[in-house]
Design a protein. Structure first.
Length: 389
């Protein structure tokens, strides 16, 4: 299963999500300190990124079936690079929004193409394992990127204001380079595995029925995770810490070991049970940060989030594609992965509003609510996800 083609697809994914990860600790600080924005604008930047990715999904189904997976990955990477590099000219908070929308489209194209390829390159009984290895690249990049981003940006004190308070232009250049590297590696990916281009014989929908249940659970879990990725960087500074790089470093290392050593864990205990374990870990993560509200709370949250995220996504992706092939596979994967962004939209809007009204620490209480909703939905779902004939 782990062939050279598989490794190159995951390498391109790692490079692109390093670009995405660079923005986790830097964009909130840029908005708040560099441009004088607030929590609502931080949330809005996440919302437009996710919303554009969701709205572009039907087009991705057509592109994937007609032009191939390689086209999706290459064009997505270069689109993301353009959006990242264009941040150099931003001087007002509203200008960030269209560029984040452009990056959202790029992320969607790259990831859907990569996810389809790893599913097609793996045996039926090892798709959860394949998804786990791909998620090493995704969340590895989302973990390595923040370390790079915070290091390039430099130390920005909580009270610092203005574009001169951080090396922001250098951050955007480095992130764009990571996306370009992803695009170059993507040229080595196969356009199709097995059958060639297919004609889409029916109307393409945003949400394939097979993807709705696992996708909804994914969205709720990712909304909870948003409280960690979007608000820990500024929350850490607000309680007197120098930054969040140490937490994301630990998160990166934990995710790497858990995903590599536990890739077969979901298949061994069952996909549904694996999702339940992951949801409880996400709940433990946001609860730790909210209740303790200090460095220890963030450390505990980091450990819980690493455990939860490591098993959450691969198990749900395997649930969604089980028994699906051909033309439907592209649409199912496109639909399912859109819920990742939907979770970002929900989390960005709700948690940003909560932060504005009740304070930054309250955003983690909002994350608890999303995790509880996800667990509740999973507990009420006792039967396997039905196949679509």
């Amino acid at each position: 299963m782990v062939t050279s083609r598989f490794l190159l697809v995951t390498a391109a994914t790692l490079a692109y999500y390093t670009c995405v990860g660079i923005f986790i600790p830097t964009l909130p600080v840029f908005i708040k300190n560099g441009l004088g924005g607030g929590e609502a604008m931080i949330g809005a930047a996440g919302v437009v990124f996710s919303a554009s990715a969701v709205l572009f999904r039907p087009a991705l189904t057509w592109i994937g079936n007609t032009w191939g997976r390689r086209t999706m990955m290459v064009s997505g990477s270069m689109t993301g690079a353009l959006g990242a590099l264009s941040l150099i000219v931003v001087t007002a908070t509203w200008q960030i929004l269209p560029l984040r929308a452009l990056m959202g489209v790029g992320e969607a194209a790259l990831f859907v193409g990569a996810a389809i390829l790893v599913v097609e390159l793996s045996p039926e009984t090892r798709k959860a394992e394949a998804a786990s290895y791909l998620s090493v690249a995704v969340f590895g990049g989302l973990s390595i990127g923040p370390i790079i981003g915070e290091w390039v940006m430099g130390d920005v004190a909580e009270g610092s204001r203005g574009l001169s308070s951080g090396h922001y232009d250098a951050v955007w250049i480095v992130s764009a380079v990571a996306a370009v590297v992803a695009g170059l590696v993507s040229f080595t990916a196969p356009a199709f595995v097995g059958a060639g281009p297919t004609e889409v014989r029916r109307r393409i929908s945003w949400f394939h029925p097979r993807a709705i249940l696992p996708g909804t659970i994914l969205a709720l879990g990712m909304a909870a995770w948003t409280s960690f990725t979007s608000f820990v960087p500024t929350f850490a500074k607000s309680i007197g810490l120098s930054g969040s790089a140490a937490y994301f470093t630990a998160y990166s290392i934990l995710c790497l070991f858990i995903r590599l050593l536990g890739a077969k864990f979901p298949a061994r205990i069952g996909l549904r049970r694996s999702v339940a374990v992951a949801m409880w870990c996400l709940l433990g993560g946001v609860t730790s940060v909210w209740v303790l509200g200090n460095s220890l709370g963030i450390w505990l949250g980091t450990i819980f989030f690493a455990l939860g995220v490591s098993f959450f996504y691969p198990s749900l992706l395997a649930m969604s594609v089980e028994g699906i092939d051909g033309e439907d596979r592209v649409e199912v994967v496109a639909s399912f992965t859109s819920f990742f962004e939907i979770g970002g939209v929900i989390g960005g809007l709700a948690l940003g509003l909560i932060g504005e009204l009740l304070g930054e620490r309250a955003t983690f209480a909002g994350g608890i609510g999303f995790a509880v909703l996800g667990l509740s939905l999973l507990r009420r779902t006792r039967t396997p996800v039905p196949s679509i004939a």
